[in-house]
Design a protein around this ligand. Structure first.
Ligand code: FAD
Length: 257
């Protein structure tokens, strides 16, 4: 199936791009590897999204998703494994399928940073979680450990103290306590861009290099949201990027190719 625009990622950036591109009359497919909504969906209380004070991430993103779908965008839940440049447009290859499109918007966001090899070996067969709110209740009355030094790790530790029998709070690369039954990891996030390294320029931290116009080094590929080089990674900037990337993509479709 051929599309005008394929958007990789259904977080705030990808879904905002889908809203703008669909309203401009373009055929839009969003490809999402996990679930619509992106990294914000486990956050209970968002206080800085203008117009919706103290909304939950899940509720906010469900509204944005519904809006994009009602405006005509389609979504498939497939992990994009590879994008190939064709003479005209691109082939987007997922685990199950292949799609052709005239332009691509990368909105793949960021994923949790994984433990070092040494700590992973230490963990052995014990479960690893990246979200205390999602999985904490599974360890009621049992000892757990939180790995990480930043604010998120502190927040996860406080949250788990109300549930677990004991919460160890250790730093990246400290030994994992032997009696902890589950390991909660909060050591930052990394852009989910590895698969696109040969296609667009990435900076040394893996972010897709682009300015405020969201135009990448590859003609016909645009980038939006947390996976782009920028200083402020928030919902409003992801939404803004989505709009800008879509507008640039529309201009490219109407005037360049
Ligand atoms: C705990 C936490 C709390 C936060 N709180 C706030 C807050 O209160 N206010 C605020 O403004 N911001 C907050 N943020 C930041 C905000 O969540 C992000 O800036 C924003 O969600 C980024 O949106 P995005 O669309 O760029 O990326 P993401 O939300 O990361 O979405 C990217 C999507 O792409 C998908 N994807 C990745 N790779 C592929 C692939 N190969 N194929 C298909 N799909 C793929 C992912 O599954 C994901 O759904 C918070 C972040 C975290 C982690």
């Amino acid at each position: 199936m051929n599309y005008d625009v394929i958007i990789v990622g259904a977080g705030m950036a990808g879904l905002s791009a889908a809203i703008y591109a669909s309203r401009a009359g373009k055929s839009v497919l969003v490809l999402e590897s996990v679930v619509q909504g992106g990294q914000i969906i486990n956050t209970i209380n968002i206080e800085n999204w203008p117009g919706d004070f103290r909304v939950s991430g899940a509720e906010l993103m469900q509204k944005v998703y519904k809006q994009a779908m009602e405006l005509g965008a389609k979504i498939e839940f497939e992990d994009v494994e590879k994008i190939e440049k064709l003479a005209k447009g691109f082939k987007v290859i997922t685990e199950d399928d292949e799609y052709e499109t005239k332009v691509v918007i990368l909105a793949v966001g960021a994923e949790p940073r994984k433990l070092s090899k040494k700590q992973t070996d230490d963990v052995g067969k014990r479960p690893i979680s990246y979200c205390a709110t999602c999985d904490g209740a599974l360890y009621k009355g049992r000892p757990v450990v939180v790995v990480g030094s930043g604010n998120t790790a502190k927040h996860e530790t406080e949250y788990l103290k109300n549930i677990a029998s004991k919460v160890y709070h250790i730093h990246h690369d400290d030994p994992i306590p032997k009696d902890a039954e589950a390991v909660f990891v909060a050591i930052g996030r990394v852009p989910a861009t590895k698969k696109f390294a040969g296609l667009v320029n990435l900076d040394k931290n893996g972010y897709v290099v682009a300015g405020e116009d969201c135009i990448t080094s590859c003609s016909g590929i645009f980038v939006a949201g947390d996976c782009r080089t920028k200083n402020t990674r928030q919902l409003v900037t992801a939404a803004a990027d989505g709009a800008i990337a879509a507008e640039e993509a529309i201009h490219f479709l109407d005037n360049v190719i």
